[in-house]
Design a protein around this ligand. Structure first.
Ligand SMILES: Cc1cc2nc3c(=O)[nH]c(=O)nc-3n(C[C@H](O)[C@H](O)[C@H](O)COP(=O)(O)OP(=O)(O)OC[C@H]3O[C@@H](n4cnc5c(N)ncnc54)[C@H](O)[C@@H]3O)c2cc1C
Length: 326
């Protein structure tokens, strides 16, 4: 058991509990979302000692040096004096400017930020509503339209934020946006490198941003997208992706479904399995994986075994806070 000092409060962290569990159990309000060390909403700073290395995984070097850590994956090894991270204040006001249905479970929202945010295609932001509820969503557009940001929000049964976006959030409403985050993004270096992108469900969002960015930057390597869902109605943007393929000879699109009937032009099977059997040699390829955490984990291993270097494998698993994505 270790003591946590947070402002005026001193609380006891039981063995096996994280800093976040302990603070929330003591009714202290801490921003949080994925609780898996992915979204960085619960970034905190340790004021007296170096935090456990495992709680700093994925943080920029400068933040690690400054003893920032992620409360949701921090199991204290000694007493810690802690404070909230800088992100608590780093939110920009934005207005919803359009809302569009992509398929029965996914909606596209476009927001205009008061100040344009500097991001790389493929990164994600945390969206915060007025009562403080915060969730991560990937930016679905390229940098060309940086004053606006689009997101694909998949509705989860019983999901607080996604249900609210689908049912209540309207054009003209305000929402807040964090600074862009994450390491799954496109840089226009090595333009001859082949790209493999695999996404499930709303995992198409960051991949669409990356594909548009790469094409706008004149990426010359082959670009292969595999977008998967269990059933046909979980897919979307099929016509848009075919149109893109028609206009860009180096872009190749394979929609995949793992259940039910597959019309012509749609592959039968999980997107990662179809992709890995189609592209068995990935030496020197750059790989992007987004969506269901299980798919992302399996595809990471498979891409590596097929020859991709681990430094060329970029991934964002869409972890949800309390239960797995269906
Ligand atoms: C880096 C990153 C990027 C992401 N990008 C996207 C994106 O582009 N698009 C997208 O759609 N999503 C994305 N996500 C997921 C997103 O952040 C949210 O987790 C998702 O929308 C669900 O949030 P919610 O508030 O609707 O659900 P939550 O309220 O968090 O609930 C999640 C699930 O748990 C269940 N649940 C809640 N409480 C309980 C309980 N007590 N017991 C049992 N079950 C419970 C709910 O029914 C629901 O199914 C991303 C996540 C990460 C980490």
């Amino acid at each position: 058991m270790n003591k946590l000092t947070f402002g005026e409060q001193i609380v006891t962290c039981k063995t096996g509990d994280t800093v976040l569990d302990t603070l929330l159990n003591n009714n202290l309000t801490i921003p949080n979302s994925c609780r898996q060390g992915a979204c960085q909403s619960c970034l905190m700073r340790c004021l007296n000692t170096k935090p456990p290395a495992a709680s700093q995984i994925g943080l920029k070097d400068v933040l690690q040096e400054q003893k920032y850590f992620l409360a949701c994956i921090c199991y204290p090894e000694q007493d810690m004096t802690i404070s909230l991270g800088p992100q608590a204040n780093l939110f920009t006001p934005a207005t919803v400017i359009s809302k569009e249905i992509l398929n029965p479970e996914t909606i596209l929202i476009t927001i205009a930020c008061e100040q344009p945010l500097d991001y790389y295609a493929g990164q994600f932001v945390n969206l915060r509503r007025a009562d403080g509820l915060t969730r991560s969503y990937s930016i679905a557009n390229s940098r060309k339209h940086a004053e606006k940001m689009t997101f694909h929000v998949r509705r989860l049964a019983g999901g607080q934020f996604s249900q609210w976006v689908h049912q209540e959030l309207s054009v003209g409403d305000s929402i807040e946006v964090s600074d862009p985050q994450g390491l799954c993004f496109y840089l226009p270096n090595r333009q001859e490198q082949n790209l493999l992108l695999i996404g499930t469900g709303s995992g198409l969002a960051p991949l669409a941003g990356i594909i548009h960015e790469a094409l706008e930057q004149g990426h010359s390597g082959e670009i292969h997208l595999f977008h998967g869902s269990r059933e046909m109605d979980g897919l979307y943007w099929i016509d848009e992706m075919h149109e893109l393929q028609k206009n860009h000879p180096n872009f190749h699109y394979t929609p995949c479904v793992s259940r039910g009937d597959t019309p012509e032009g749609v592959a039968r099977g999980r997107a990662n399995e179809v992709a890995m059997s189609t592209l068995a040699k990935l030496k020197d390829w750059r790989v992007y994986l987004c969506g269901h955490p299980e798919m992302v984990n399996q595809a990471k291993i498979h891409a590596f075994l097929n020859g991709a270097s681990s430094k060329d494998i970029h991934a964002d698993a869409f972890h949800v806070a309390s239960a797995s994505l269906d």
